[in-house]
Design a protein around this ligand. Structure first.
Ligand SMILES: [Mg+2]
Length: 122
């Protein structure tokens, strides 16, 4: 799949920047950012998103809620959860909710590239 649009969702501006930095330089996609789950859902309602980088811990609407919203609305972008919550149950829970993979913080860009390759979006 040749993705057109990627959405980075994180309540931390620095974290969003670090996600961008971990992406391959030559990756030709439009990158959109959201500073929380609510803004992400607003964007998802009007824009086809192919790949999503999703933080879990966010005020108001968290990453789990966004995953449930996607499922309820039968939208299936490739979701890569990027979170510092490294408890195994967090990983299991997001996979059960349809995430493609879990990448820990701090982000290892080699791991990120490998995940994107595995997802077939590079
Ligand atoms: Mg956060």
């Amino acid at each position: 799949m040749t993705p057109k649009t990627a959405l980075i969702v994180d309540d931390s501006r620095t974290a969003r920047k670090l996600v961008r930095r971990a992406l391959p330089d030559a990756w030709d996609v439009d990158i959109v950012e959201a500073s929380g789950g609510r803004e992400a859902i607003t964007i998802l309602k009007r824009l086809p998103v192919d790949v999503m980088f999703l933080d879990l811990t966010m005020p108001e609407v968290d990453g789990y809620t966004v995953l449930k919203w996607l499922r309820d609305h039968e939208l299936s972008p490739i979701v890569i959860v990027v979170s510092g919550d490294l408890q195994p149950q967090a990983g299991a829970r997001v996979m059960m909710l349809g995430a493609f993979e879990f990448v820990g913080k701090p982000i290892d860009s080699d791991k990120m590239h490998a995940v994107l390759e595995l997802a077939g979006v590079l």
